[in-house]
Design a protein around this ligand. Structure first.
Ligand SMILES: [Cu+2]
Length: 510
């Protein structure tokens, strides 16, 4: 449709041009060719000057009109430490190119006016002029050298990597059609290894789980998830891509770097202003209380006035600055700069990808062991339940579910991870020599009643044996199999049946 419209437009314009040509020809024939040419030359030459004035006014006018919307001007000073240097290089370049821009335009249009076609005037022919050649080669060369050297000095400073022991936060951005996967180092401050062959549906970045640096890494793909970073702390972003070229662009921080499949790049920057402070700058008022930048007081969303003005809703945005496909625009992500304290609190609420998605699955290489934090966590849960049971008076409440004692399916063989909970039981038995307990085995209703009874008996006995092997006296414990006779909930769903398969500890004396 668009193509057809464009085609029709071109066709119509061509028809108009041909018609105008015909008319000019016709009028020229009537008035005499030469007179017509002379008046047309004067008219065109004068229009050149009109255009020149109009064009320069337009350039200067729009620059002034939009100055508060341009990065580096008005409220949009750099939000990162290195950005100021980049802005000053930018202004320096703009100063020189601006002078050249204005002068060449004036010369171009003035000459067109001055040397318009006049009857009898001949053009001067100069084949070569050494002086002119030297002038217009040397001046641009010197200016360019000056700008390039300044630029190189700034570039080397900006692209300096972090030192070997320098305190910094490491994050990683992986571009993909059409979203960014942002990986943040957890409390260890380090990002784990990746291997492209490990990429799968459950492991989108190909993290190598045997590398312990990966275990606390946080992975965020949701376009709505906000990434927080602390103000004043150096951030090193590793930038990669999974399919096509993307570009990691944080314009307010003057950070921009291609994301190239197969070729990791990086950028180091230090945010120097929080999102909150930046918003305050946008909403700044002069001494009389008038907004300096009134456009930021416009409603953020006219259909929802309760959201407030644009300034209050301002956010630093990550964009993909490479036209990477149809959904390119949707690669927007929000980065929020906060105080160190807020950052620490936020980081503590973020779940590591490994522990929320991989732990306990087939991909987990640590299936037969618990991490210290998990051991402590399970111990705490057991201790809390134990204390509650000790204090309880009702016989019903003297029972502790031992969910972390598990068996291989259909057998009485303890799983390797059960030893941690068994150790918890052993410890309280050793601490409190008056404690006697009943170890109860329970199954769900699946299968034959007698088999279930036998299995639960064997399982309770297995727990009993483990504890006696660790030196707990046999006369302080009794192992009972209840089979399917004491379901905790009706056996009407797989979840409920799982709840009914359990080992229980009941306190007999304490
Ligand atoms: Cu992209």
């Amino acid at each position: 449709m668009t193509t057809l419209l464009i085609f029709l437009c071109i066709l119509l314009i061509s028809v108009v041009v041909v018609q105008i040509g015909k008319m000019t020809e016709l009028s020229a024939r009537i008035r005499g060719q030469e007179d017509a040419e002379a008046s047309s030359n004067t008219f065109n030459a004068n229009m050149m000057i009109v255009f020149l004035v109009g064009f320069l006014i337009f350039c200067v006018g729009t620059s002034i009109y939009y100055k508060n919307s341009l990065l580096g001007y008005g409220p949009h000073g750099s939000a990162s430490v290195h950005g100021d240097e980049m802005d000053s290089i930018w202004n320096l370049t703009l100063f020189f190119t601006g002078i050249v821009f204005v002068l060449t335009h004036i010369a171009l249009f003035y000459f067109s006016w001055k040397y318009k076609g006049v009857k009898g005037r001949k053009a001067l022919f100069i084949s070569h002029d050494n002086k002119l050649e030297v002038i217009w080669t040397t001046i641009p060369a010197v200016v360019m050298c000056f700008l390039v050297v300044q630029g190189l000095v700034a570039w080397n400073k900006i692209m300096a990597d972090v030192g070997p022991n320098e305190d910094h936060i490491e994050i990683e951005a992986t571009g993909q059609q059409f979203f960014w996967t942002i990986r943040m180092s957890g409390p260890d401050g380090l990002i784990g290894e990746k291997y492209y062959r490990d990429i799968s549906a459950t492991n989108p970045l190909g993290q190598v789980w045997t590398d312990e640096k990966n275990l606390d890494d946080i992975v965020s793909t949701g376009a709505g998830d906000i990434i927080k970073l602390p103000v004043g702390k150096k951030v090193r972003v590793r930038i990669t891509a999974k399919d096509v070229l993307h570009n990691f662009d944080l314009p307010h921080f003057r950070v921009k770097m291609d994301a190239i499949p197969g070729l990791p790049t990086y950028f180091v920057f230090t945010p120097k202003i929080t999102t909150e402070e930046y918003r305050e700058n946008l909403l700044e008022k002069d001494r009389d209380g008038n907004p300096l930048y009134p456009e930021w007081y416009d409603l953020y969303d006219e259909t929802s006035p309760e959201l407030g003005n644009r300034g209050e809703n301002f956010n630093f945005e990550l964009a993909c600055a490479e036209l990477c496909g149809k959904g390119h625009y949707s690669m927007r992500r929000i980065f929020e700069i906060v105080t160190q304290e807020e950052y620490d609190n936020w980081l503590a609420t973020q779940k590591s990808y490994f522990f929320s998605n991989i732990r306990g699955t087939d991909e987990d290489p640590y299936g037969n062991q618990l991490f210290d934090a998990e051991i402590r966590g399970r111990k705490q849960v057991f201790r809390d339940a134990y204390t509650k049971a000790l204090e309880a008076t009702e016989p019903m409440d003297k029972i502790i579910r031992l969910d972390n004692i598990t068996f291989n399916t259909g057998s009485a063989v303890l799983t390797p991870l059960s030893k941690y909970e068994l150790t918890n039981v052993m410890e309280v038995m050793n601490e409190n020599q008056n404690l006697t307990i009943e170890l109860g085995g329970h199954t769900d209703s699946a299968g034959n009643d007698e088999n279930n009874m036998a299995l639960s008996n064997k399982r309770a006995q297995e727990v009993f044996n483990w504890l006696t092997s660790k030196g707990i006296a046999e006369n302080r414990m009794v192992a009972v199999g209840f089979g399917e006779t004491k379901p905790e909930v009706p056996n009407d769903s797989p979840e409920n049946m799982a709840k009914n398969r359990r080992t229980e500890l009941r306190i007999l004396t304490q």
